[in-house]
Design a protein around this ligand. Structure first.
Ligand code: NOJ
Length: 538
């Protein structure tokens, strides 16, 4: 069970309106009580924040807004003392344009050794004013930005698969490979138990820079999921394996082909990777069942644990998404003011939380989902910071709506996010309605989302069948996901409208919603202990 912390928005210890390491240290008891095994911190390094920290200027230093390296080491140790391991985020595809390497490359000019660590290229056409390829940025728009020579004349272009402030590194260069293996060791030596690898499928590019084919075959895309990438991760695995205690490598891989996805999880590569397939699918029985089947089938041959997540710092919050007519998720589809039914979204998000917690493998929870926070969709446009918003020309609201600082206590903003004597407001405004969703308000309410998460994680931890038991579907209608874990546990999620019978003789352990005359209501999940496995669920 891994909990994702987006440090800017988790807790502000020093009162400047931005979350920090002191805030995390003060809130560790919340995480202990939630019952997690590890924290994944999104980037906490020195960064100009052109992309919320995914533009790293120094991989070995903590941004002063968050704290110091010494404090990070203290935090890692304090968490470990509570039984919580730390996973740090490493961003290998690109760095900040403020990073010393890129500044040196700009200064050194065309043809220099400094530029060879990146993808600098002359433009096309006689004046070089046409960019080298028409590739589309993951944030929308183009992937090349033109430089200016020392004499003021237009210069080479450089590649950035994300924002212009995030130049892509050249992974064919030995300096780049050496540097990141060293960064891994730097954090492992400081007590990190794992690395989350950002944009893990993008590192290698076809050096001939062809255009993207209309329908690229396997391994044919010029900048995504190229076969040569596996060599990079074999090197990383060797670094991880050189430690006596276990070190985990977790890939952020958006690869629709699950067979290609599983290649990254071979025994000498990554240990695990985020399963985005499940997260993108709508609240629909057959569709989610298909994703579960595909996921389990893809992981089995490589013997890697599947992962389950409902959201992260890039994705619309589940209570908002699942309340919509179209509850699937896709980045290009994000728009302002898509109607949602909050009560329906809450019910389904509760049911989804139990569903994923019952599946075999590891579970990721994004900060605030345990409070049932909704996506903040009415942020003032002049407060938005996400480059996805700007690069879409404002059509895409961006990802800040799921990054609003957490509500911890009290009746009004900053809801305990910042101390009472804070000198600044939270960096994004918190909605007044979150007064009902503070951790404090929910802790005392057995019907709250927080109580549901705490109970679910406690049961998941205590029941051997959940941790290690096998998985088998039980007979059910298409809108019901009913399965057995081990010999003794049954999980049922009702995505249809008709209440569902519990397993015969089952003892109810936990339900996400009310039972109607003992039957599981629409949009609810339940867990039962059973004496006689098997049987049909109607
Ligand atoms: C994936 C991260 O989760 C996202 O937040 C970031 O913008 C991109 N990678 C680029 O680093």
């Amino acid at each position: 069970m891994i909990y994702e912390i987006y440090p800017r928005s988790f807790a502000d210890g020093n009162g400047d309106g931005t979350g920090d390491l002191l805030g995390v240290r003060e809130r560790l008891p919340h995480l202990r009580d939630l019952g997690i095994d590890a924290i994944w911190f999104t980037p906490w390094y020195v960064s100009p924040l052109a992309d919320g920290g995914y533009d790293v200027a120094d991989y070995r230093a903590i941004d002063p807004a968050f704290g110091t390296l010494e404090e990070a080491e203290i935090l890692i140790a304090e968490a470990r003392a509570l039984g919580i391991r730390t996973i740090v985020d490493v961003v290998p595809n690109h760095i900040s344009d403020r990073h010393a390497w890129f500044q040196a490359a700009l200064a050194a000019g065309p043809g220099s050794a400094e530029r060879s660590r990146f993808w600098f290229h002359p433009g096309r056409g006689p004046a070089g004013d046409d960019m080298p390829t028409r590739w589309v940025s993951n944030f929308g728009g183009t992937t090349w930005t033109r430089t200016t020579n020392a004499d003021g004349s237009p210069g080479e272009w450089y590649l950035h698969l994300f924002a212009a402030e995030q130049p892509d590194l050249n992974w064919d260069h030995p300096d780049v490979r050496r540097e990141f293996e060293d960064v891994l060791a730097f954090w492992f030596d400081r007590g990190a138990a794992g690395i989350r690898i950002d944009s893990a499928a993008l590192l290698i590019k076809d050096p001939t820079l062809p255009e993207v084919p209309a329908e690229p075959g396997p391994g044919q895309h010029p900048n995504t999921d190229r076969d040569e990438i596996h060599d990079v991760y074999r090197g990383w695995r060797a670094v991880a394996d050189s430690y006596d205690d276990a070190k985990a490598l977790v890939g952020e891989l958006w690869i629709p082909d699950l067979e290609r996805f599983a290649r990254y999880l071979r025994p000498d590569e990554l240990h695990t990777a985020f399963n985005f397939d499940f997260l993108t699918r709508p609240w629909d029985g057959p569709t989610l069942r298909a994703s579960i089947d595909l996921t389990l089938a893809a992981h089995a041959p490589v013997d890697a644990p599947p992962t389950w997540l409902l959201s992260n710092h890039d994705v619309t919050r589940p209570v908002t998404r699942y309340g919509r007519d179209d509850s699937s998720f896709a980045f290009p589809a994000k728009r302002w003011n898509v109607p949602t039914d909050p009560a329906l979204g809450q019910r389904r998000a509760r049911a989804a939380a139990l569903l994923v917690a019952a599946l075999p493998g590891s579970l990721y929870i994004y900060q605030g989902d345990e409070l049932g926070l909704d996506e903040v969709e009415d942020l003032p446009r002049d407060r938005i910071q996400d480059p996805m918003h700007f690069r879409s020309g404002g059509i895409d609201p961006g990802r800040d709506g799921c990054r609003v600082p957490l509500p911890w206590s009290g009746e009004r903003s900053p809801f305990g996010f910042s101390p009472a004597d804070a000198v600044a407001e939270p960096w994004l405004p918190q909605p007044a309605r979150w007064a009902a969703l503070t951790a404090e308000a929910q802790a005392a309410d057995p019907a709250s989302m927080l109580s549901l998460y705490r109970s679910a994680l406690a049961i998941r931890r205590a029941e051997p069948d959940f941790l290690g038991g096998g998985f088998a579907w039980l007979d059910s209608g298409p809108e019901v996901l009913a399965f057995r874990r081990g010999d003794g546990l049954v999980s049922i999620t009702n995505l249809g409208q008709v209440p569902v019978d519990p397993p015969a003789g089952g003892e109810l352990l936990l339900a996400s919603g009310g039972l109607v005359d003992g039957r599981l209501a629409a949009d609810a999940s339940g867990w039962w202990r059973i004496a006689n496995p098997g049987g049909e669920v109607r």
